[in-house]
Design a protein around this ligand. Sequence first.
Ligand SMILES: [Zn+2]
Length: 116
Amino acid sequence: MAKFKKAAEPVKVRLKKNDLVEVTTGKEQGKTGKVLKVFREKNQVLIEKVNMIKRHTRPSPTTGKGGIVEKEAPMFVCKVKLICPKCATGTRFRMTQTGEGKKVRVCLKCKELIDG
Ligand SMILES: [Zn+2]
């Protein structure tokens, strides 16, 4: 029996913490930053200094401080591109396996390994 391909397969998050990414769409387009956190189950990433939102906080009883703090909000992975260290630009990549069976990412443009 042939296996049918599932129509709605969840997007695989292939980004990792500390990856350098570029935003490709939306109001943050063109911004680059480091991935701080990956939310695999939500297909979202948190990028340093990108998609900042203002949060109102109550004064804390310990520090006595409150007010508005700016913090990063998660973005969907489909809105960001991994930056190839060699091309120095947002790029598309594919997964490949090394001889040792290690999964690595390869830039489709320059064919260089993105993972060291
Ligand atoms: Zn490249």
